[in-house]
Design a protein around this ligand. Structure first.
Ligand SMILES: NC(=O)c1ccc[n+]([C@@H]2O[C@H](COP(=O)([O-])OP(=O)(O)OC[C@H]3O[C@@H](n4cnc5c(N)ncnc54)[C@H](OP(=O)(O)O)[C@@H]3O)[C@@H](O)[C@H]2O)c1
Length: 321
């Protein structure tokens, strides 16, 4: 495992982070609360991650309707392993659509819920999960700053942000003299390259970390989906396929055929090559993977040693053009 500095936060992250969005659900989708991996499987995945040198777990209050944080808390108190914790605020822990957002009242209340479930007094990393058009960014940053000052949060980050929103947030922190986002957590993979347009260059310019999620695009880049067969039973596409519906077309399948061949030529699994592609971007601090079984982590761990040049990255990206 490698360890990299997360922007200017003072934190050092393993270059692979454990995404706990599959614990007790599939992310924040209320209709899937209680599904996903059970607590015993979650424990086995966390054990394997720590044994491989992973030093941070990524979760959110809403993942699995609070189950993800609760099981991380149970694991932490049982194992006593010092692990950096990253959690997020925006969506409701009960799935109530009216209970969401980044207002001054809600953020500290939500953090207290997260701390109780995680069985800790402080989280190292706290992120806004989504943008909140109903709350001024000044108010959100003020609320987060108070939590940093109170010692309940180590550093703050932002997820699902575009370049314009990020610029505005950074300028607001500077103007107000309050805590500033130290890193971005956006989606990034061979099939989702939006971050390259303005967020990654902005992170480079401002010295921010970047911890991308879904490096396998929810499993698409493992090569498990094929034009000729129905989606495998229990796979992401059968449980929560909507976010990936734009991928179900011949262009993606043709790209995946070529990508499988490129992986075979190198003697690696497609998942390993896809994660290595993300990790080889110079601005990426740590890639957040979402294994459903302990052994699925191995591809990510091997990917750390598979270094790709800029030319190789471009050639692989071309396969999907
Ligand atoms: N900030 C946000 O808004 C946000 C959004 C999404 C995710 N995240 C974070 O990022 C984490 C990862 O997201 P993700 O689950 O979408 O990541 P991903 O790694 O792109 O996809 C994970 C899926 O890929 C499949 N998979 C993983 N490893 C595999 C392997 N070695 N071989 C074969 N299949 C494999 C599994 O699919 P099947 O389920 O089909 O078996 C698994 O559910 C989440 O847990 C969460 O912490 C954050």
């Amino acid at each position: 495992m490698e360890y990299r500095r997360l922007g200017g936060t003072g934190l050092e992250l393993s270059s692979v982070g454990l995404g706990c969005g599959n614990f007790g659900g599939i992310g924040s989708a209320p209709e899937l609360f209680g599904r996903g991996e059970d607590e015993a499987e979650a424990f086995a995945i966390m054990d394997r991650a720590v044994a491989a040198g992973v030093n941070f777990f990524d979760t959110a209050a809403s993942y699995g309707g609070g189950r993800s944080e609760t099981w991380i808390g149970n694991w932490g108190s049982e194992r006593g392993e010092p692990t950096l914790l990253s959690t997020k605020v925006f969506w409701s822990v009960t799935g109530d659509p009216a209970d969401r957002g980044l207002s001054r009242d809600r953020i500290p209340r939500e953090l207290d819920g997260s701390l109780a479930r995680l069985r800790t007094e402080r989280v190292d990393m706290y992120l806004t999960h989504e943008q909140d058009p109903e709350t001024p960014i000044e108010e959100t940053l003020q609320a987060l700053d108070e939590l940093v000052r109170a010692g309940k949060v180590g550093a703050i980050g932002v997820s699902n942000v575009n370049g314009e929103q990020l610029e505005e947030a950074l300028a607001t922190s500077e103007r107000q003299g309050v805590a500033s986002f130290g890193w971005v957590q956006n989606e990034y993979s061979l099939l989702r390259r939006e971050a390259e347009r303005d967020v990654l260059p902005l992170c480079a310019r401002e010295g921010l970390g970047f911890t991308p999620f879904s490096p396998l695009c929810g499993g698409w880049l493992t090569g498990k989906y094929d034009r000729a067969r129905p989606f495998p039973e229990g796979s992401r596409m059968t449980l929560r396929g909507e976010p990936y519906s734009d991928l179900v077309n011949e262009r993606t399948f043709r790209g995946l055929d070529r990508f499988r061949a490129a992986a075979a030529e190198r003697g690696v699994e497609p998942a390993e090559l896809a994660i290595a592609w993300v990790l080889s971007h110079p601005q990426v601090t740590s890639v957040i993977v979402g294994p459903r079984r302990p052994e699925q982590l191995d591809a990510a761990v091997r990917a750390v040693d598979l270094r790709l040049s800029e030319r190789e990255r471009d050639e692989l990206a071309e396969l999907f053009a």
